[in-house]
Design a protein around this ligand. Structure first.
Ligand SMILES: C[S@@+](CC[C@H](N)C(=O)[O-])C[C@H]1O[C@@H](n2cnc3c(N)ncnc32)[C@H](O)[C@@H]1O
Length: 209
């Protein structure tokens, strides 16, 4: 969490977007071998849903499914005939995600692909309106390069963890902080516009020009 916990709690209480019950159940449930800190929380989930509802996308791509919480949040704004593809390289996580998603009205709209996103993305022949990148940080720049030509003009790219627990501003940076910092700086050379949203671990909200 980057911002003061009390302030975050205040934000949580003042967000009036209602979280659907199936998402609440997913969030509250205990999963073996799942670190809940890895998944989007209520505030981030409502934000993803909000962006999706504004954009009303036909196609969404998510890199990093975990248990499907963010996939479901992003799906809330999909067009009637739209769909979301989510990729994860962990079989156990995908099993949980499939179970969670199958209990919702989005079960036919969300396609879960098992495997290494670096190998799968190049095979996708779809143009996307929203891409959410939330997998291993060292490959963020590779994911970004792979998806950039697959995103429509004015499409939205959302990147998680870009403020890295707030450590990003430290003069002396550890290995992971350096990776994220270097990624953040590299985006300058792309034809994009962006904003940083300091919720949770920091989201980079990007529009492709
Ligand atoms: C932070 S979690 C995703 C959280 C989820 N998006 C959410 O907000 O609830 C990151 C996920 O990325 C997956 N992952 C890491 N490297 C990957 C890769 N190369 N290809 C596909 N998935 C990967 C991990 O297995 C993990 O489930």
């Amino acid at each position: 969490m980057i911002i003061n916990k009390k302030l975050y709690k205040y934000i949580k209480n003042i967000i009036y977007s209602k979280e659907p019950n199936y998402l609440k159940r997913i969030r509250k449930k205990k999963y073996k071998n799942i670190n809940k800190k890895e998944m989007s929380d209520l505030v981030q989930g409502r934000f993803l849903s909000f962006i999706s509802k504004i954009k009303n996308p036909k196609n969404i791509l998510e890199v990093g499914t975990l248990i499907g919480y963010s996939s479901l949040c992003l799906s809330e704004g999909l067009k009637k005939k739209g769909g979301l593809i989510t990729i994860d390289k962990n079989k156990k996580f995908i099993k949980y995600a499939r179970k969670n998603i199958n209990k919702t009205k989005y079960k036919n709209k969300i396609k879960i692909i098992y495997g290494n996103a670096l190998k799968i993305i190049p095979k996708l022949k779809i143009k996307f309106d929203i891409v959410f990148i939330d997998a291993d940080k060292k490959n963020y720049i590779n994911y970004f390069n792979l998806i950039f030509n697959k995103i429509r003009k004015n499409g939205i790219i959302i990147i998680d963890n870009v403020l890295w627990k707030g450590l990003i501003i430290n003069k002396k940076k550890d290995k992971f902080t350096k990776i994220i910092h270097s990624f953040n700086k590299k985006l300058k050379k792309y034809n994009i516009e962006n904003s940083i949203i300091p919720i949770r671990d920091g989201l980079n909200l990007i529009i492709k020009n």
